[in-house]
Design a protein around this ligand. Structure first.
Ligand SMILES: C[S@@+](CC[C@H](N)C(=O)[O-])C[C@H]1O[C@@H](n2cnc3c(N)ncnc32)[C@H](O)[C@@H]1O
Length: 291
């Protein structure tokens, strides 16, 4: 077994057979497909698990995963939480939020003129630490404020339980707000004293629009109602094409006809699904099934 000594003691390396095994279970459980050059990344993210479990090397770690079902069951959650990339921001790719205000919400208002229920359902399907669903909720709140009788619900989910618990609290350090308008901070956040200085907590009227829960995009989606808008941004980039196809077939099933799907700036449905009409700027509309 090869070990790397970086001066603080020996750090075990992942060898090919162990990397193959870990890569396979990560793919099966999350859809994330790890390229060969991600071996070092995986090694450094999982090293801490070896230390915490007092396991000397990756051979022993993989042996335990293979032959101890209880260990596997607990450890797979830890592995998932460590392999996900959670980069996000408030109002990231701001044109999507502008689109909500200028087009999606007015269209839903128009559609709901003949609908006594006035409901809007939005799913933010890879919500990471919460900045994305809170940006959606703030946009919706500001747009519908003062308009009578609207029932707005935002479902926000992620596979990673660590990021979900951060999102659920809705408290962020000051440096998370560099690119967001000061008026938005003043209107929708309360300043609180955190351990490392000033922090900002989302106000209850925004928080209560959102329900957070763990949902794996690879598994079934537990909704009893269909969505008007789905955000699935900056996540399919980690999946291979067959997985992307499967996911969009499933997403389509929980969307209303002509509802809106928003993906990330470097993502596309080209060659993945023909059931969405491209509206431009990574915004799509679910096609009407009778058309
Ligand atoms: C790069 S972040 C994107 C966050 C946000 N959508 C944005 O655009 O700012 C990707 C998120 O996808 C989540 N993710 C990865 N695989 C997933 C899966 N199979 N099901 C649900 N979420 C997943 C990760 O945990 C991570 O929080």
């Amino acid at each position: 077994m090869i070990v790397t000594d970086i001066g603080f003691g020996s750090i075990p390396n992942i060898e090919e057979p162990e990397f193959d095994y870990l890569k396979t279970i990560i793919y099966e459980k999350t859809g994330i497909s790890l390229a060969p050059h991600k071996k070092i990344m995986l090694q450094s993210r999982l090293n801490v698990r070896l230390r915490q479990n007092q396991i000397p090397n990756f051979q022993e770690y993989v042996k335990k995963l293979k032959f101890e079902p209880i260990f596997f069951q607990n450890e797979i959650l830890e592995i998932i939480n460590r392999v996900t990339t959670n980069k996000t921001d408030f109002f990231r790719e701001n044109h999507h939020f502008e689109y909500l205000k200028s087009t999606a919400f007015p269209l839903l208002e128009e559609k709901n003129k003949i609908n006594v229920k006035k409901t809007i359902r939005i799913w933010c399907s890879a919500s990471s630490t919460g900045e994305e669903p809170y940006s959606i909720a703030i946009t919706a709140f500001d747009y519908f404020q003062g308009k009578y009788g609207w029932d707005i619900k935002i479902y926000a989910s992620d596979i990673d339980t660590n990021v979900l618990s951060i999102a659920d609290k809705g408290i962020y350090k000051e440096d998370r707000f560099v690119s967001i308008n000061k008026d938005i901070i003043a209107k929708h956040f309360i300043q609180v004293n955190g351990e490392d200085g000033r922090e900002f907590k989302i106000k209850p009227n925004i928080r209560e629009l959102i329900t957070f829960r763990k949902i794996n995009l690879l598994e079934t989606y537990p909704f009893s109602e269909k969505m008007d808008i789905v955000f699935c941004r900056n996540v399919i980039i980690y999946f291979d094409k067959p997985t992307q196809r499967k996911i969009f077939l499933n997403i389509e099933k929980i969307m209303h006809e002509e509802s809106i799907l928003i993906i990330g700036h470097s993502e596309t449905l080209f060659g993945i699904s023909d059931n969405f009409k491209f509206l431009g700027h990574t915004i799509y509309q679910r096609k009407n099934s009778t058309k």
